[in-house]
Structure formats: structure tokens, C-alpha cells
Design a protein around this ligand. Sequence first.
Ligand code: NAD
Ligand code: TYD
Length: 357
Amino acid sequence: MKTYFVTGGAGFIGSNFVLHILNTYPDVRIVNVDKLTYAGNLENLASVLDDERHIFIQADICDRTAMAQAIDAYKPDFVVNFAAESHVDRSIVDPGIFCQTNVAGTQTLLDVCRDAWKTSSGYGDHKFLQVSTDEVYGSLPEDDKSVLFREDTPLAPRSPYSASKASADLFVKAYHETYGMPVNITRCSNNYGPFQFPEKLIPLMFHNACNHVKLPVYGDGMNIRDWLYVEDHCRAIDLVLNEAPVGEVYNIGGHNERTNIHIVEQVIQYVHNNIDTTVDASLIEHVTDRLGHDRRYGIDPTKIGRDLGWQPETPFEVGIIKTLDWYRTHQAWIDNVTSGQYQSYYERMYKNREVLS
Ligand code: NAD
Ligand code: TYD
């Protein structure tokens, strides 16, 4: 029986990963460590909170004592580090916490794992997997679609968020080179699916549209993101954990580049067709652009396909409907996460954005 030590498992991708693993393997144990920041939500895990294969610990990955105790108590085979501050807009307003959690937190976990795992004969079958992002590669030109992020593309982060993720990747790589730590790094493109906090594009636009609130599109709306259904990302991470040689980096993506305005139009069309026929494109409002806004992301996933046989399984047209169906039928989940602090967050981020003509 394998024990997975998952950090950030109450967030969007982490909770999808926990559910994926518990649904895939009957004989498995998950130790789920999450600080429960604004982005962490135990409601995401409601279906497994009574499952004895799932152990939840509320703790901060920067807390070395708590991490060492948990690793010592449960002796995991794998550590999968999802825990992070993950929103670019927040990183522009307050970069410090990104440095703390994403860099110092990762380094703390690496240290604790090294101390717990290293013996005179090496690290056995343990593995540390860092869940990274395509944003560490910076921004691509929009006029040449043949240029994609490859694993050997130089790191060139441009936002405080991506700088912190790139720094964490460098620490992970350094622990592999220096101490022989068995690590992998995965760099995935934008995920979409159930349980995504409505500070991110798709659930934010859905929530606004349902409530007849303007849809704030940054700049000209022609920035491009490469969208992957979250379940496909979770499968890829598990494959890398179980099959990949240590030390390797894998890009994960599904060749699905879309402009932001296209995504927003899809959301409007869904809400118009399924919820409220009065919702239409007149809700779109182009607003002041994000500072340093990366123009285009595009992943080349050749390596993970060739070496591990991974392929995305959910076409965007299917995944987006599944996702929006989920939000439509989980209104209580949306209500809970948008009550309280969310309102003041929204005001802080959007009130002073100028509307572009
Ligand atoms: P999220 O913000 O939804 O969830 C982050 C989780 O980490 C939350 O549950 C939060 O409570 C927890 N957390 C934050 N600080 C912590 C700390 N100090 N100690 C313990 N737990 C802490 O993020 P997400 O979108 O699920 O992203 C998960 C990971 O995947 C991140 O590392 C992110 O960089 C990476 N990633 C995300 C995307 C995407 O599109 N969302 C794409 C590629 C990579
Ligand atoms: P986001 O979901 O924040 O992900 P990331 O910045 O990590 O790619 O944003 C996706 C794209 O949508 C990005 O180009 C910024 C844009 N965006 C808007 O235009 N308006 C919004 O209100 C938000 C949250 C994002």
C-alpha cells in the first residue's frame, strides 16, 4: 500500500488529485496537509472526509516541526507539493507571501524529506514531486504558434507568482543535484474544472454572469492560455510519480490554446443557453490590463507522451461543458466561497480598474 503525502490538497487541483487517487486505487493512503488559506476548502473533500484512507492535517508547509512530525508519523512513499499561493493578481499586490509559501515552504519540505528519507544506501523508492507551472517559462510570441514551451526552454518568469514558482523549481533541482534527492518537476498549463476558486478566469466569469455583474476582461482580451481539464493533469502527475525516472521534468498540456475573450464568450453562451437568456455579450467590459501581463502560454507535451504514454483525454468542448455544468449544479459551493472575504477581495482588485473604451 502506497502512502501519498499531498500538500495543498484542499485547493483546486490538490482536491481533484486526492479524489482521483482515492477513486483509482482501493489500497492507498493519503495524508493531506493544508494550511486552509482562503483558497483551501474542506468542502471540496466532503465525499472523503470519513474515508479512513484519507488523513487531513491542517498545517503550514513552512512549519518545519509540523512537517517533520507528519512525515515521521506516516512515512509516505511520495510527497506531492501542490501547496502554493497561486493567483498572479494577488502576487502583484502582495509578493511577500508568495516568496514565503512557494519558495521557503518548498525548501522546508525538501529539507524535511531529505532528513527523513536518506540512508547510507540512498533514498529507496521515495519521490518528491513538485507541481510547477508553465508560467516559469515566461511569455511566448503570439505571432508564431510553432514556438512552444519545451522542458529545455530557459526559465524566464515575469510575475512575482511565476518568479516564486521558478525559484522553487531551482531548489528542487538543486536538492537533486546536491543531495541526490529523488525528484520530479511537472509544469502544467492552465487548469479548469470543478472546485476552482472564483478568483480565476472561468469560475469568476461564470459567477459574475449568473449575477449580471460586468465581466472584466483585462486589456484587449487577446492574451492566450493553453487550457487543460484538471482530471487530465491529475492522471499525469500520478503517472510521473509512479513511472518517471528521477530527476526528470515534464511539461503537461493538451494543445488547447484559446484567447481569453473566446473563453469569456463560451461562458456567456453557456449561461445564456442554460441559466438566463438575458445574459449576453453586453456584460463584457474591457478593463485596465494586468501589470506585466504574459501574452501567450503554449505547452509542448511531446516528452510526457513519448516517455510515459500520457495523452489528454478530455477535449475542451467536452471539458468546458462538464465544468460549467458542475458550477451550475453546485451553487451552494459557489455561495460559500464567495461570501465573507471574497467581496472585499473583489472590490480591492476590480473597483479601481478603468473601463477601456
Ligand atoms: P489553489 O490556490 O486552488 O490551492 C492552493 C492550496 O494550497 C490551498 O488549499 C491552500 O490552502 C494551500 N496552501 C497555501 N499556502 C499553504 C501553506 N503555506 N501550507 C499549506 N498549504 C497551503 O491552487 P491550485 O490552482 O490548486 O494550484 C495548485 C498547484 O498547482 C500550485 O502549486 C500551482 O502553482 C500549480 N499549478 C496551478 C495551475 C492552475 O491552472 N491552477 C496550473 C499549473 C500549476
Ligand atoms: P487566471 O485565471 O488568473 O490565470 P493565469 O493568470 O495564471 O493564467 O487568468 C487567466 C487569463 O485571464 C489571464 O490572461 C488573465 C485573464 N483574466 C481576465 O481577463 N479577467 C479576470 O478577471 C481574470 C481573473 C483573469
